[in-house]
Structure formats: structure tokens, C-alpha cells
Design a protein around this ligand. Structure first.
Ligand code: GTP
Ligand code: MG
Length: 440
């Protein structure tokens, strides 16, 4: 997938003109590569249709060549199907349960994850509850030595639940406790029951499904099964170094609407990292200077992104809300904006500061939403709110406040739409020029 996508990007940079024929060729190439990487056919079709449509519809913004624009577009679309934003590891005390099928890499990942946290100054230990695999305890102990972390468990134990109970008491002083569990050939009731029992006792803040990259598209079904039965907070995709299907596994998680939190990139303890869709795509597209170019393009596109006309016509979702925040941020501090509007005297400094802090808070919470949620505010339910609160380090109350604020904005747009007057649209344009659609 890697070298091949680079080839497609080279085609774009080397071509003299970007015409219909080249666009066809590029989308065909991308389709072929993604399908070879085991990305689902529907998803591939959706993605390439989207790319084609956008190339046709939108003109590159000022200062950006068509080649750069198309590169950015493909990059963005790929990033989206890989799940968008980067996972934010929790940096407070918490328990993590790892679950997954046989040989998916759970035990290795326990050690990797433990090292990840202990390197970041958290007192970390690992507990194995795998009473099925012979020498599961010894395996974890060996890995624990390499990772320099304490390991708890009992070689002769018969019941997972009892081992957990015993060692939870002994490990209360640790900041992070990572619990290994036994695997099975497939997701069956016996496995789920065992995990449910562990979950009930542990009440982990994170339950990660460990899935091997070579499961490809199947990762979607596995993630859905585990998610429906026990509720997982994320997936760790292992062996991304060995399988050509890594792209399939990663996109499958995004289709199952569970975020990919970390990826394993080798057998060694430190071959492990937080999953970042942007880095992953940058690697696929193989352009070391892409980051700089993209920033430039992003700056340029941002100017056209918040289009009040479109806002009046289209649907108002969290993405629109986010763009408004961005637009305001881009203008600089609120006090500067109010100064420019000549209304600085009407608002106290404290109020301004509080608003600015609130906006920052909102951004963190929006950053913790999935793309699906950004596009469909109706999806918000208790579980999602809790996850967003956890992911952004905020409280559920604050998530509620964000949603209320968003709903107010939505109502305001509705009222403006109802006004039907051209003056209203003009007003919106004015407000947009002066900062963020005027909703803050
Ligand atoms: N190349 C590579 N190998 C990995 C990675 N993660 C795990 N492995 C290897 O995968 C094999 C299985 O890993 P384990 O950690 O034992 O898997 P498990 O899920 O605990 O297995 P069971 O306990 O038997 O269910 C080992 O040989 C690991 O070295 C990875 O990211 N890359
Ligand atoms: Mg194991």
C-alpha cells in the first residue's frame, strides 16, 4: 500500500495538466491499492466518489495550485476514513483491560502499553488473568522485565476472576494497572462471559480490543461483536509492520465507529505508538515535505471554509460549530475582535476571558468526537457523552453545556433562515468577516 500510493502521488506531481483522464486514472489506482490492502469495497467506492466529486466541484483556493489542492484532498479523505483525529492517552490514574482473540498480541501489548505509561512518569503494573494459555504468567514476566514494570499473576491459577480480585488489592498504589486476559479462536459466549466478569470487578476506564492487522476487514466484525457485548473504548491494531492488510484493519475500526488508539509496529517493546491518522497517511503518501505544504494549503482553504451562504443552506452540525470556533480563533483574541467591532466597552475583561476559556474547552471536547458524531449531532447519547468527557478530560456537565450551546446556535441559524430576507444573509456575511459567524 505504501510504495504504491507514493506512485499515485508522483503521477500527480509529474503530470503537466490535470485533466479528466488523469483524475480517472488516479482514482482507479487508489481503488486498486485500497482494495489490495483489504479496505472494504463500499468504503473504497465512497471514498473515490467523494474525491472525484470534490475535484470537480471545488476550485482550489487562492495561492494553491490544482496539483497541491488534489494532493491535499486525497490526503484529507484518506485521513477521514482512517478515523480522523489522534487518540489522547489518559494521563491520570486508571485501569486498562485488554481483550482480543488468540495470538492477536495482547500480552505483548500489555508490556508495550505499560512501558508507554511508565516512561511518562506513571507508576504502572501489569496483571495477567490468563489462566488458559500455558506459561502465560512467565511470558508476561519476561516481557515485564524488558519493560521494567512489575507483573502480578499466578502460574497455577484456575479462575481469572479470582486472580484479578486478589491482585487488585495488592496493586492499589499504582497509577496505571493493565490487565491481560485470555484469548479464544473466535468471539464466543464463554470468552465474553469471562470478560464481563472481569469488567464488573475492575470497572476499567479503558477497555481496548487488541486486533492483529492481518484480520483486515474482519476487524470490523470483531470490533462490533466486542463493542456490542462488552463496550470497548478503543482498538489497538498490532503487527502493522507485517501485514499488507493494515489499511483494511484500520479503516474497519473506523467503520465500526471505534477509535484506533495505538498501533503495534514490531515485536520489540518500544515498537508501539499512539495512532495518528495524519502521520499514517503522510507515510502512505510518502512526501516528507507534505506537512509544510499541507499547512500552507490549510491556511489558504480555511479562509473559504466557513461560507455563510452554505451555512444558511446546509445542515448545521458540530463540524460547522467547530469551524466557527476556528474562525474566531484565527482572528486572534476575542478582545481584539470586539475592539474591531467597537463594542469592547460593553463586555468586561473577566467575561471575555471566561468566554475564551470556554471556547478552548469546547475545542477539546469537539476534538474527542468521532467524525460520525461531528456530522450527526443526533447520535449523542449517554455513552458517547461519557466517552467525550473522558477523552477530553472534561466532565459530563461540560459536554452537556457544549451541546446546549450548539443547540442555541442551531436555533439561531434556523431563525435567520426563516427570515428569508437577503438582508439577513448580508448580516451573516458581515458577522463572518468580523469573526466566526457571530455566534460567539
Ligand atoms: N511483528 C509484530 N509482531 C507482534 C506485534 N505484536 C505482537 N506480536 C507477536 O505476535 C505473537 C503473539 O503475541 P502475544 O502477545 O503472545 O499474543 P496474545 O494475544 O497474548 O496471544 P494469546 O495469549 O495466545 O491469546 C508474538 O510472537 C508477538 O511477538 C507487532 O506489533 N508486530
Ligand atoms: Mg497472551
Amino acid at each position: 500500500m505504501l510504495d504504491k500510493l507514493q506512485g499515485v502521488m508522483n503521477k500527480i506531481t509529474k503530470s503537466r495538466v490535470i485533466d479528466e483522464e488523469l483524475i480517472q486514472e488516479i482514482t482507479k489506482d487508489i481503488q486498486r491499492i485500497l482494495i489490495q490492502a483489504d479496505v472494504s469495497v463500499e468504503l473504497v467506492k465512497e471514498l473515490t466518489d467523494d474525491i472525484k466529486e470534490k475535484i470537480k466541484e471545488k476550485k482550489p483556493p487562492k495561492g494553491v495550485s490544482k496539483k497541491e489542492y488534489i494532493t491535499k484532498l486525497i490526503y484529507n479523505e484518506l485521513k477521514e476514513v482512517l478515523g480522523g483525529e489522534e487518540y489522547k492517552p489518559k494521563m491520570k490514574s486508571h485501569d486498562i483491560l485488554l481483550v482480543g482473540l488468540y495470538g492477536s498480541g495482547k500480552t505483548t501489548t500489555v508490556a508495550k502499553l505499560a512501558q508507554f505509561y511508565s516512561k511518562r512518569g506513571m507508576k504502572t503494573c501489569a496483571i495477567t488473568t490468563d489462566v488458559d494459555r500455558p506459561a502465560a504468567y512467565e511470558q508476561l514476566q519476561q516481557l515485564g522485565e524488558k519493560a521494567d514494570i512489575d507483573v502480578y499473576g499466578e502460574p497455577e491459577a484456575k479462575e481469572a476472576f479470582k486472580v484479578l480480585e486478589k491482585y487488585l488489592k495488592e496493586t492499589e498504589e499504582y497509577d496505571v494497572r493493565i490487565i491481560d486476559s485470555a484469548g479464544r479462536d473466535n468471539v464466543n459466549q464463554e470468552l465474553l462471559n469471562e470478560i464481563k466478569q472481569l469488567e464488573k470487578k475492575l470497572k476499567p476506564e479503558e477497555t481496548f480490543l487488541v486486533a492483529s492487522a492481518d484480520t483486515g476487514q474482519t476487524a470490523k466484525r470483531i470490533a462490533n461483536d466486542f463493542n456490542n457485548e462488552i463496550g470497548i473504548t478503543g482498538v489497538i491494531v498490532t503487527k502493522t509492520d507485517t501485514s499488507a492488510k493494515a489499511g483494511g484493519a484500520l479503516t474497519a475500526c473506523s467503520e465500526a465507529e471505534v477509535p484506533v488508539a495505538f498501533i503495534g509496529t514490531g515485536e520489540k517493546i518500544d515498537e508501539f505508538k499512539v495512532f495518528n491518522a495524519e502521520d499514517f497517511v503522510a507515510n502512505l503518501l510518502g512526501k516528507p515535505d507534505l506537512g509544510e505544504l499541507l499547512k500552507r494549503v490549510q491556511r489558504a482553504t480555511q479562509e473559504t471554509e466557513l461560507d455563510p451562504q452554505e451555512m444558511m443552506k446546509g445542515k448545521y452540525d458540530f463540524q460547522t460549530f467547530y469551524k466557527q470556533l476556528e474562525a474566531v480563533n484565527k482572528m486572534g483574541s476575542l478582545s481584539k475582535i470586539f475592539n474591531a467591532l467597537g463594542i469592547q466597552n460593553k463586555i468586561s475583561k473577566e467575561e471575555l476571558q471566561a468566554t475564551e476559556e470556554k471556547m478552548q474547552k469546547y475545542k477539546y471536547m469537539l476534538d474527542s468526537m468521532t467524525n460520525e458524531e461531528l456530522k450527526n449531532p443526533d447520535l449523542m447519547n449517554q455513552n458517547r457523552k461519557q466517552r467525550i468527557a473522558n477523552g477530553s478530560g472534561r466532565t459530563q456537565e461540560e459536554v452537556k453545556e457544549l451541546i446546549e450551546h450548539f443547540n442555541k446556535g442551531k436555533k439561531m441559524i434556523k431563525r435567520l433562515k426563516g427570515g428569508k430576507s437577503r438582508d439577513m444573509k448580508k448580516m451573516m456575511q458581515q458577522m463572518q468577516k468580523k469573526g466566526g459567524g457571530g455566534l460567539f
